[in-house]
Design a protein around this ligand. Structure first.
Ligand code: SF4
Length: 261
């Protein structure tokens, strides 16, 4: 949860019983892992029961993430690099697999260690390792389906809508040039799509193509944004990793929108 989301569920009385100057400061401390939600003595027990689990500390999240990456790295060591690189759209080079994500190369060695000219951030690292080690693989189908239609997508639909599609729509509403700029920045491709003002295809991973369709506000119609996936995606990556990848992408687009465009 973000500081603002946590703030919304707090009593907002700024009573300082948590030893912080305000509820907003407390919310920021929860996100930073310095406070637990339960340390707000004024919080309704029903609210705590509902959100306590969701507010895991950064430290807990980092340790879960590190354990996941370590497990993936062990599995990478068992792979036949030449075969995996070929079938998953990468390159086998100098005993490594080179995987392209959004136009940037990421090099994975025999120990699952990754290097790139870009900064290696967890939301890229974990899905790439997961993609290479995933139990099944299919080539790109050329048929677009919604997130909900992906295997396991229904369970993640709520989070996907609130963390991926809605924030990206708000970014596009505020910055109409953002989506077209992404085409140049990330080797995207513009396509025609029914009723969409802008439709672009991106490849977060070689065989994980996504189609972003945006329709701007028009008179009585509010704006709309949908992210579609090639039908092969759920055969090439676990739905949780697909969600992680998209949520990370949207966060990166938000940073780009804020600082670079
Ligand atoms: S104890 Fe709870 S209500 Fe009081 S300031 Fe801290 S967060 Fe806000």
């Amino acid at each position: 949860m973000t500081p603002l989301e946590i703030y919304k569920i707090l009593p907002q009385s700024n009573c300082r019983k948590c030893m912080l100057p305000s509820c907003l400061a407390f919310a920021a401390a929860v996100v930073a892992g310095q406070k637990q939600l339960a340390e707000c003595s004024e919080l309704d027990s029903a609210v705590l029961a509902r959100y306590g689990q969701e507010c895991t500390t950064k430290a807990e999240s980092a340790s879960v993430q590190a354990a996941f990456v370590e497990k993936m790295q062990q599995q990478v060591a068992e792979l036949d690099f030449a075969v995996v690189a070929h079938e998953r759209g990468g390159q086998f080079y100098d005993n490594t697999i080179v995987i392209n994500s959004l136009g940037k190369d990421f090099v994975v060695d025999r120990h699952g260690q990754m290097r790139s000219q870009c900064h290696i951030i967890p939301w890229v690292q974990a899905p790439i390792l997961s993609y290479l080690t995933y139990e099944s693989h299919k080539p790109v189908a050329g048929r677009w389906i919604s997130f909900r239609e992906l295997k396991g997508g229904i369970d993640w639909q709520g989070l996907f809508t609130s963390r991926c599609e809605m924030p990206l729509k708000e970014l596009a509403d505020a910055n109409p040039d953002l989506l077209t700029d992404l085409i140049d920045l990330f080797m995207g491709k513009s396509v025609q799509w029914y009723q969409a003002d802008i439709a672009l295809i991106l490849h977060p991973l070689p065989h994980i193509p996504i189609l972003i369709c945006y329709q701007a506000e028009d008179e009585d119609l509010s704006s709309d944004l949908t992210i579609f996936f090639d039908a092969c995606c759920a055969d090439n990556l676990h739905i949780k990793s697909i969600y992680t990848l998209c949520a990370g992408l949207v966060q990166m687009f938000a940073s780009i929108s804020q600082y670079h465009l």
